[in-house]
Design a protein around this ligand. Structure first.
Ligand code: HEC
Ligand code: HEC
Ligand code: HEC
Ligand code: HEC
Ligand code: HEC
Ligand code: HEC
Ligand code: HEC
Ligand code: HEC
Ligand code: HEC
Ligand code: HEC
Length: 364
């Protein structure tokens, strides 16, 4: 197998052309009346990219490919379908004879290209049945539920059989913690987020046009928080949920990409990593002590307005100890500098910690 063909984002169109040509040949040979299937593909308008940031967690391609190369027979393998005992493979050309539309859309996807390259040009195989399982029983009786692996929740194929079909090639890497992840235990199938049947998103074969729209399908509340006054530029298309979360599972709750919550933030806000001469302990412990990462109607993603934010922890000693009342506002009877302007932050300006020898109280 020649791994160089597995270039992920290559603009090399040769594998596509080759698969179309081979399919055309196969179709002409056995289903001459269906030769229209090899007609020029309609162009598909792709949405603008909606991803940025470090997606290296997903990019363990070389490891994936080494494993694939070792595990795949020449035809790309056939998924196991316990729901169709005794079924045998019938080949892509036969599937495509009945499913011309699906085949046409599918031919633009990463899988079609990768499989075509992997087959070394010997035959246009190693596609449909690698995911859908052996098709002889289905071809004989298309309406029998479960005879073919269906990736929908109504198709009669248990979710576990569906995910196993994908995991045959995609275990490890970003999916190391898929089993017992919250999405797995709540019964999600890979196809809740991915649709490998068409190139509907710029990258990642997502079920919707972007990662964010895919997640928002179920997490509307979270997506809505990104519309608040203060938010990171996710609605603007410069970030995605997957910049911070690994939806396939992780050791850090809730599905965070890094080993600690703060590690996720340091990835882009490196200047907050420290260490500082004078540390403010809640910063080192967890940025979410003060910030809501999805959005806030306070300034700078703060989880509560200042001074209340500070006084959740600082009430015991000396000057933060007073009860703050409307009288303390700038237009009140007894204006108090702790409520005016930027409140506590007017004086405690280096709230994330200080490197100044006189910064013990975060004044500088
Ligand atoms: C003889 C024609 C024929 C062949 C050959 C055929 N199919 Fe189908 N397939 C159908 C029809 C018809 C349906 C719709 C069945 C229904 O609506 O219940 C279908 C449905 C499906 C479904 C959806 C099943 C569901 O319940 O959601 C999948 C997936 C599928 N086919 C994949 C394949 C694959 C993969 C192959 C090759 C291994 C293949 N088909 C070969 C005719 C065929
Ligand atoms: C990489 C795995 C994979 C490969 C390869 C693949 N499919 Fe699919 N197929 C899926 C998934 C996942 C779905 C469910 C998509 C969705 O959510 O609608 C699906 C859905 C379908 C359906 C049901 C109709 C639909 O879109 O819901 C048909 C029919 C089908 N595939 C046929 C084929 C044929 C024919 C081929 C080969 C040309 C093929 N598939 C190759 C994974 C695959
Ligand atoms: C026979 C092996 C095989 C099977 C089965 C398989 N894949 Fe893949 N998949 C590949 C290869 C090879 C690539 C391309 C190389 C890479 O990006 O790692 C790929 C790429 C992908 C990508 C990245 C696409 C992109 O454009 O960035 C996604 C997402 C994906 N597969 C999802 C799935 C899902 C979901 C299933 C099950 C429905 C599945 N795969 C089944 C081999 C397979
Ligand atoms: C909750 C949504 C969700 C589910 C469920 C899901 N994925 Fe993904 N997947 C994503 C997102 C988001 C990406 C990131 C796309 C990118 O960065 O290109 C991704 C990327 C991928 C990639 C390409 C990058 C890589 O890691 O190689 C593969 C392959 C993949 N997923 C396979 C699977 C398989 C197999 C399953 C089922 C076991 C699955 N996914 C379930 C959301 C999901
Ligand atoms: C098909 C629906 C569905 C989709 C799509 C989906 N999720 Fe989820 N997600 C769930 C369910 C169900 C839960 C569990 C909620 C619960 O237990 O309260 C969950 C939980 C989570 C959690 C919380 C985990 C925890 O430990 O509390 C995170 C984070 C998350 N999802 C992120 C994502 C991201 C990011 C995407 C898009 C890549 C996504 N989800 C797409 C259904 C979905
Ligand atoms: C900047 C990083 C970041 C981005 C971007 C992000 N999240 Fe989160 N998310 C987090 C962190 C950190 C937590 C944990 C919050 C906590 O501990 O209070 C979290 C918690 C969650 C939870 C579980 C608890 C809750 O607040 O509901 C879900 C579900 C979730 N995120 C989904 C999403 C979805 C969907 C998106 C995209 C629309 C997204 N997140 C974008 C960092 C992020
Ligand atoms: C993928 C990169 C990325 C990650 C990861 C990330 N951020 Fe951001 N963050 C940004 C960008 C971009 C901005 C906007 C900067 C600007 O407008 O100048 C921003 C802005 C902010 C702001 C200022 C918001 C405002 O209204 O001025 C805060 C606070 C913040 N991030 C906190 C966090 C926290 C907490 C985490 C970890 C949960 C985190 N960020 C993770 C990219 C990221
Ligand atoms: C003790 C509460 C607290 C904690 C914990 C905290 N912050 Fe902040 N953060 C603030 C306050 C208050 C502001 C507004 C500062 C201002 O307006 O001068 C802010 C502002 C920010 C900003 C935007 C303005 C700037 O100074 O760049 C970023 C980015 C930021 N925080 C990131 C983080 C990160 C990353 C963490 C975790 C390492 C973190 N914060 C932990 C209170 C906190
Ligand atoms: C989650 C709890 C928490 C929050 C919220 C918090 N702090 Fe702190 N802060 C601490 C802890 C714990 C210390 C260390 C106390 C010690 O060393 O005795 C500290 C130390 C300080 C100190 C130095 C005190 C000293 O004796 O050296 C100042 C000043 C301070 N915080 C101001 C603020 C301000 C202003 C805010 C609001 C923007 C704030 N803090 C929010 C927990 C918090
Ligand atoms: C007008 C400037 C100013 C404002 C506004 C202000 N502080 Fe201070 N704060 C100081 C100074 C000066 C000190 C150092 C006092 C000392 O070293 O004896 C201090 C000390 C502290 C300490 C350490 C207490 C100790 O026992 O050493 C904390 C905690 C603190 N401030 C929290 C807050 C909080 C919370 C707010 C908002 C409710 C706030 N400060 C508003 C000037 C201010």
């Amino acid at each position: 197998m020649r791994l160089c063909f597995f270039r992920r984002r290559g603009t090399d169109a040769r594998p596509i052309r080759r698969v179309s040509a081979l399919l055309a040949l196969a179709l002409l040979a056995s289903h001459a009346h269906l030769a229209q299937a090899a007609a020029p593909a309609p162009t598909i308008d792709l949405p603008a990219t909606n991803m940025s940031g470090d997606t290296s967690v997903y990019r363990e391609i070389s490891a994936d490919l080494a494993r694939l190369a070792a595990s795949l027979p020449g035809d790309g393998g056939v998924a196991e379908n316990p729901g169709a005992p005794g079924a045998t493979p019938i080949g892509t050309a036969t599937c495509s004879a009945c499913h011309t539309q699906e085949q046409l859309l599918y031919s633009h996807t990463t899988h079609a290209r990768a499989f075509a390259a992997g087959s070394g040009g010997a035959s246009a195989v190693g596609s449909c049945e690698s995911c859908h399982g052996p098709g002889s029983l289905h071809a004989g009786s298309p309406t029998t539920k479960g005879a073919i692996i269906s990736f929908t929740h109504e198709g009669g194929t248990p979710v576990q059989t569906q995910t196993q079909a994908c995991m045959g090639c995609h275990t490890g890497g970003a999916r190391q913690h898929w089993l017992s992840s919250v999405h797995e235990t709540r019964g999600l199938s890979c196809s809740d987020c991915h649709n490998p049947m068409a190139r509907g998103s710029p990258e990642g074969l997502m079920a919707k046009r972007s990662i964010n729209e895919t997640c928002a399908g179920c997490h509307q509340d979270v997506r809505a928080k990104f519309n608040r006054r203060s938010h990171m530029p996710l609605p603007e298309g410069q970030m995605s949920c997957a910049d911070c979360h690994n939806p396939h599972g992780s050791v850090t709750k809730p599905l965070l990409k890094t080993d600690t919550a703060n590690g996720t933030c340091y990835g882009c806000h490196a200047e907050r990593r420290g260490p500082m001469l004078f540390e403010h302990p809640p910063v080192r412990e967890n940025c979410m002590n003060c910030h809501d990462p999805h959005g806030s109607n306070q300034q700078t993603l703060l989880a509560a307005p200042v001074p209340m934010l500070c006084q959740q922890c600082h009430t015991a000693v000396r000057h933060p100890n007073d009860l703050q009342t409307p009288a303390g506002l700038a237009n009140g009877g007894a204006p108090d500098e702790r409520l005016i302007s930027r409140a506590c932050l007017s004086c405690h300006t280096t709230i994330h910690g200080s490197n100044n020898a006189a910064g013990a109280k975060f004044h500088r």
